[in-house]
Design a binder for this molecule. Structure first.
Ligand code: ADP
Ligand code: MG
Length: 404
């Protein structure tokens, strides 16, 4: 154990005195923007009943029930204690700089999702003044960077079957995760199972929404855009360059998420974001695996992110995507073409099967890969209303595993 972990552990044991009798900290497994996560052994786990005997709503410390040494319903009551299976938990120490409402939001959503498949459940949580600990079952997983380059198409199907199972459950409850990316989906390639973690940025769909043009039909949207332009023109007259007396209301939209994984509607500051933003992010993971490049997008800000997306989709489609949310997309960057490139081409280039020269112009993806690209196109549709839902994705040909 390194010194800082030792110090962390002593601090935790000091803040939560009953802690060390119940959880034995083993090591630090994660350090993010919002928390530090430790692996610990749960010595309270009732190994005979295979349950935690805890009430997730209770944040007061209760002394653990004594381990049952006799059991009339079980035959293994005389198991040698040293041979009992050990139970591990992940202890997420949420930084005190997080606002109380934010911390409450995360714990409440996790509680709502406790029975959802492929979502890491919350066992319990503790609070001591401003310090909050969330206790989750420890989930063995591998680092994405280690396994993604070797994934075959059947491996990819299993991975996304598991991820979309979690997303379907979360979305069914009307919850947006907002931060879908490899470090928040803990996957075990050996067991071919994953769990979704980190609801720190998650929110309920429809909360804090203002109507956005993208929810109107095409005609009403056009009418509304024309009306806005007319209003602007009558107030200030058409002006070259950046408008000085812009009468359009300023836009404020939730941009929470991780760079490279933000959906186009998030970049266009859509004020009525839906669960489809998570599908886009899942699509970015798929694109990463298929192209064997991580991170695939590498922008530092939203404008750069738009440029990256526009390079793939082309100006024409990007302009249409902006219009959905009442935004005008213009660029004079020469490398952004009108039509963009197909994912098929991008995959061939990034896996070095084609450089566009005559020699390998006929390079082709395998049929399996073509199936993956077709699915990718459904996940990375620029129009959120046309993008596939998690529920639909689970029924999509690409995610059918048994029928093959
Ligand atoms: P943050 O909000 O700081 O990103 P996360 O909930 O994403 O916190 O956890 C950070 C990291 O800790 C994860 O990427 C993962 O490596 C590890 N981790 C979190 N929960 C678990 C768990 N239940 N089992 C195993 N590892 C976990
Ligand atoms: Mg995280």
């Amino acid at each position: 154990i390194d010194l800082t972990v030792q110090q962390d552990m002593e601090k935790l044991n000091h803040t939560f005195p009953a802690f060390k009798d119940n959880y034995h900290l083993i090591k630090r497994i994660g350090e993010g923007t919002f928390s530090t996560v430790y692996k610990a052994e749960d010595v309270r786990y009732d190994r005979y009943n295979n349950s935690w005997d805890l009430d997730a709503r209770d944040n007061q410390w209760e002394p653990p029930p004594p381990l049952k040494t006799t059991s009339n319903s079980r035959t293994n009551s005389k198991v040698n204690p040293s041979r009992r299976p050990r139970k591990f938990v992940a202890i997420k120490k949420i930084y005190v700089t997080s606002s109380p409402s934010r911390i409450f939001n995360e714990l409440e959503l996790l509680h709502d999702l406790r029975d959802s498949p492929s979502v890491c459940p919350l066992i319990t949580a503790f609070r001591h003044s401003d310090q909050v600990l969330a206790i989750l079952p420890y989930f063995r997983h591998q680092d994405f960077r280690k396994y993604y380059p070797n994934m075959t198409v059947p491996d990819i199907k299993l991975y996304f079957r598991s991820l979309f199972t979690a997303l379907a459950a979360v979305h069914e409850k009307g919850i947006l995760h907002r931060d879908i990316k490899p470090t928040n989906f803990l996957y075990d390639p050996d067991k071919q199972r994953g769990v979704l973690v980190d609801f720190g940025l998650a929110e309920r769909e429809g909360v804090d929404h203002k109507p956005c043009l993208c929810h109107l039909d095409q005609d009403s949207r056009r009418q509304k855009i024309r009306a806005t332009y007319a209003l602007n023109a009558s107030h200030a007259g058409p002006q070259p360059g950046y408008p000085k007396n812009d009468t359009r209301p300023s836009r404020r939209a939730n941009r929470a998420g991780t760079r490279g994984f933000r959906a186009p509607e998030v970049l266009f500051k859509c004020t009525e974001q839906t669960t489809k933003i998570d599908i886009w992010s899942a699509g970015v993971i798929l694109l990463t695996i298929l192209c064997k490049r991580f991170p695939f997008f590498n922008s530092t800000d939203d404008v750069e992110a738009m440029i990256e997306i526009a390079t793939i989709f082309g100006v024409k489609r990007m302009r249409q995507a902006g219009q959905l949310h009442g935004c005008v997309f213009e660029t004079n960057i020469p490398s952004i073409g009108a039509q963009g490139f197909s994912f098929e081409k991008i995959m061939l280039w990034s896996t070095c099967r084609s450089d566009g020269s005559k020699d390998n112009k006929n390079a082709e993806l395998t049929d399996e890969e073509k199936g993956a690209v077709e699915f990718l196109n459904r996940c990375m549709d620029l129009d959120p209303s046309r993008r596939i839902s998690a529920e639909e994705a689970l029924r999509h040909k690409f995610l059918q595993i048994d029928s093959e």
